[in-house]
Design a protein around this ligand. Sequence first.
Ligand code: AR6
Length: 166
Amino acid sequence: MNPELQVHQGDITEQRVDAIVNAANETLLGGGGVDGAIHRAAGPELLAVCRTLGGCETGRAKITPGFDLVASWIIHTVGPIWDGGHRAEPELLASCYRNSLTLAEEAGVDSIAFPAISTGVYGYPIEDAADVAVRTVRTSNCAVSLVRFVAFDTQTYDVYCGLLGE
Ligand code: AR6
């Protein structure tokens, strides 16, 4: 079964879905961008749990409760830092989406929201990153019913709309 795909412009911390995905770093101890926003909105218990996880390798994912968020779960994944595209960045980015969906499925998640992983501080060009995101989710064959791509800025929103034919 393939999930329904949606695009939405806004703040991922406000999404009414079962799980939101965090674009974290390998320490899982917080940072700026969407990571900072999620830690602020989820509250200090999130950092306390993240400290026990032992970090996370690039391309992999770990799950925590959502604490003060509407979403029950946060799936923390670490996108690749863009370095020209020949250091396995597309494969690692696809792994982020695949591994996040696997954890979501295992937790019984029906709806999930993704930010545009790696396209901020990590420098991945949005057109390429969104293409990887949409292709990977489309071919994921997972039990999640709804996948929402949450774009913070208009350029990102427009790129996703183009790919989803909206
Ligand atoms: N809701 C949705 N999307 C957001 C939000 C938000 N509240 N805030 C920012 N974005 P980035 P990365 C968008 O830099 O490139 C952190 O410090 C943002 O506009 O958050 O994977 C981590 O700790 C962009 O489109 O993540 C890591 O060190 C997208 O989210 C590093 O940044 C991703 O931008 C990870 O870098």
